[in-house]
Design a protein around this ligand. Sequence first.
Ligand code: NDP
Ligand code: MG
Length: 391
Amino acid sequence: MRRISIFGATGSIGESTFDLLMRQGGPEAFHTVALTGGRNIKRLAEMARALRAEIAVTAYEDCYADLVEALGGSGIAVAAGPAALIEAAHRPADWVMSAIVGAAGLAPGFAALSQGRTLALANKESLVTAGPLLLGEARAHGATILPVDSEHSAIFQGLVGEDMAAVERIIITASGGAFRDWPMEKLAAATVAQASSHPNWDMGQRITIDSASMFNKALEVIEAKEFFAIAPERIEVVVHPQSIVHALVGFNDGGLMAHMGVPDMRHAIGYALNWPTRHKLPVERLDLAKIGQLDFRAPDPLRYPALRLAREVMEIGGMAGAAFNAAKETALDQFIAGRIGFLDMAGLVEDVLTDMSARQGLGNAAMSLDNVLHTDTEARRLALALCDQKR
Ligand code: NDP
Ligand code: MG
């Protein structure tokens, strides 16, 4: 039986992964090693019981007692805290889903790779903050990384049987998020509730707000550069409001290979779960005649400064991705807390990048897990300080 673990089981990607596992036979078909969550203890315990997991881990020590109580009498082991997440990632497994949100997902994913596992990677922050490190660890231990972000899964599928030397460019689509058609002058006053609703995808709150600001797309461009080892100038972003085409690969004969499907993450998750084969998936089938029309347009650089920042991050290299992501996460926290406006997020991230690249030479820093985590901490501290100063 295939041994699987899900990190971030109680989140949006975690739930979709759980749903597919249950549909593909649940505990009769898979041996579940570890399921991890954060504060949603009730759901974590339900999932652990349903899949008869070896161990359930909450990332928060103050949730430990609740988890022990919720799993009482089940025989399922219980643990809490960041170190317990790493220990869980060291348990023997064949397939590990990395679906914790934010930089907190880096260390558990890294630990799974160090054991030679197949890592289904939804946590894009891992590649943004520490791409070369992660890929190096995978190579060193014979581990496999399978992309789960829908755009990257689409590109990955478009490249099956192809020679990278024949690839001219990749095109990542973006829905444009909640505010794609808002007048620019209204954006400054956009609320958290307004930014938290996505026109096409049903996702966690943080990535939904990142879609409205296109910080999500900025992360994805960097993620693509790292994962596919492709030069930044060969990565394009196009706004595609319907979210039907997830990405395209452009070849040297001028042909484009597009991946299409309904916006349902179970597609990309299912592909990673069943790779290298395909399995029948419970996703809605496209009715092209009903859709009628697909639209594409260039992203407006004034509306989406995050895309420009992504280019700068790739140019700086080194620790710039870690600083960028941490500043972005802090700016998002501050926006959600009502301390800064929607448009202030990009300004704050840019200030952190400028300040840190001048002071610390982000681009020349050696790539190590410690250095990434240190840069992450520094960027968060600086972002908070800048935020306080401005208030
Ligand atoms: P959610 O916010 O829905 O879920 C996040 C998961 O991580 C939950 O299980 C949560 O626990 C847990 N968690 C939160 N904070 C921590 C922490 N500090 N340490 C450990 N675990 C923590 O996120 P999504 O599922 O939307 O996204 C997960 C990842 O996948 C992100 O990196 C995102 O960018 C990426 N992704 C998501 C897509 C989507 O459709 N949702 C699409 C493509 C990529 P709890 O809820 O119990 O507190
Ligand atoms: Mg995506």
